[in-house]
Design a protein around this ligand. Structure first.
Ligand code: SF4
Length: 211
């Protein structure tokens, strides 16, 4: 069922080309974006990243050395900017201390990330998948909403339970996880919003529409 949904969404929306980055230091830009996107829309993250880019700050050492108040001002568009400035400095120091992170196993990296202040499962998996190219499926509010409406899980399903469903049902491939999460976001924005537009939804025939 999950692969069937993937194929329909891919056919409908095409490749989503995630994670969108604009600088040479793609890996660190994704990590910054994964933190900045907490509780805000991507449009706001883009503005914050643009400000950081203009000050040439898309680099762990530069963020670690930056003045926290000035950093907060630059990322203001992303909301919770004082807290996020603190978190950006923490993750920058973490990256400086943990060189060659991608050479370690998913389990070890994930545990390390989850021990960093401000990083929960969704942010940890976003960093694993989109910055470090590791197959760790990202579950977000859209995933819970869509797949509970389809009838594949309960609305209150736990993060890791839902992640397990994806891990068990799909080939363990970064490319597939990368695209699938992005396609879920596309469907949530186009059809399966808070008030779903089921009429022209590409997966309407497979969905129980448990609202
Ligand atoms: S058919 Fe409706 S409820 Fe089901 S996924 Fe599509 S938009 Fe959401």
């Amino acid at each position: 069922m999950l692969d069937k949904i993937y194929n329909i969404l891919y056919k409908e929306f095409g490749p989503q080309k995630w994670w969108p980055t604009t600088t040479k230091n793609k890996q660190f830009e994704v990590i910054l974006g994964a933190i900045l996107t907490q509780n805000t829309s991507w449009k706001n993250v883009e503005k914050a990243i643009k400000n950081l880019k203009q000050k040439n700050l898309i680099h762990p050492t530069k963020i670690a050395k930056s003045n926290q108040k000035s950093l907060a001002k630059l990322i203001k568009p992303s909301g919770y900017y004082n807290q996020k400035a603190d978190r950006l400095k923490i993750i920058a120091n973490f990256i400086i201390k943990n060189k060659n992170l991608e050479k370690q196993s998913i389990k070890i990296i994930r545990n390390k990330l989850l021990n960093v202040k401000g990083i929960g499962p969704e942010t940890a998996d976003s960093i694993l998948l989109y910055a470090l190219n590791k197959p760790s499926f990202v579950v977000d509010a859209y995933t819970k909403r869509i797949f509970s409406r389809i009838g594949l899980c309960k609305k209150e399903i736990d993060y890791h339970e839902l992640q397990k469903i994806f891990h068990k049902s799909l080939p363990k491939k970064t490319k597939v996880y990368n695209e699938y999460h992005a396609l879920i976001v596309a469907l949530a924005k186009k059809n399966c919003s808070k008030k779903p537009i089921c009429r022209n939804c590409p997966i309407t025939k497979l969905c129980k529409k448990s609202l």
